[in-house]
Write a protein that binds this ligand. Sequence first.
Ligand SMILES: [Zn+2]
Length: 409
Amino acid sequence: MHEAPNYTRVVFDTSERVEYKIFVLTNPHRVVIDLNNTSAELGFDPSVVAVGRERLKGLRAAQRGAGYRVVLDTYAKLTPKGFTLEPVAPYGHRLVVDLYSVTPRPVTPPSVPDEDGQRDVIVAIDAGHGGEDPGASGVGRTQEKKLVLNIARKLAYRLNRARGYKAVLVRTGDYYVAHRKRTRIARDQRADLFVSLHADAFESPEVSGASVYALSDRRASSETARWLADKENRSDLIGGVGEVSLDDKDDLVARVLVDISMDANLAASIEVGESVLNRLAGVAKMHKSRVEQAGFVVLTSPDMSSILVEMGFISNPNEARRLNQSSYQEQLASALFDGIRDYMGRSAPPGTLISWQRNQRKVNYTIARGDTLSGIANRYGTSSRRIREANNISGDNIRIGQVIVIPAG
Ligand SMILES: [Zn+2]
């Protein structure tokens, strides 16, 4: 079972494709699932399955002739939607029943641009995988989906505490979200930046290190990148989006076509990626020293800068151990936060507090031996003329120890 904000997913692993019928009864509220020609596996204990679940009081089940009846006792009326999934490694046949809340939880409205042009920079943090898609699994039963959600929460905490930033968690618990839906959630919240968090596994336990990716509109930039891209994209299928998968595919083709004309956005994504990579390199071993590019579906938004960060290889015993440590997760979250801030400090979108602050920024500078106005101007991304104007200096008339104001770049 996996609890999402507006539904609870119940997954049955079956030995073959199962015929089923679902209906809802009231007074008391319950959902009944009849599985034809089915019996439970030995040792299946229905009484423990639904303990402590948000929408479910409990689960009962019993053999009924040749069939098997499952009754879900619910706190309120739920609308069920069932579909079967064909085997996708590591899973066999499955029956999925999504139980939707009739009155969805209220959604926090997206922050509207302030009239004075000082809105927050909105960062969507996407913890990869979730629910029945555990992502990579590594040494010591480390699961990618848990690890990345922990880091996502720590990063969100830092962003929300900083003035001028707001974090949106794309996934808030242990449930699956289709790739297309992830970017939609971010876009609905008017995110300026989309950061997808992952951890890696590889056949060889020696491989280690973190990587940062931006989208490629070419083939993946290296063998590893291609291998990864394929694996990440496949998880929509593993996570099970049921009958909507064909629509999704059309959408993908459309998106890829859109992407070709998205050079500007891609350039910005690579720049964010570089800032994040520089900071990550301070706390983690890097797998590659520059931003790589691959065809990850979650990076295909034409209107949001998007990066994907692989935090390390959980197939490497040493790295898996560190990634499981809360203190190391804090360090990684800090590095991601600093990288995002470095980038936004230079290139926050117009209309945000961060961009307004940048335009106000002035620096006091003390002239040192060997300084020239043009050298100082270069260093601060401004011009000698602007420094002269701001300080009433004529020519190159400066002296050691003099304090001058450097206007915003
Ligand atoms: Zn992943």
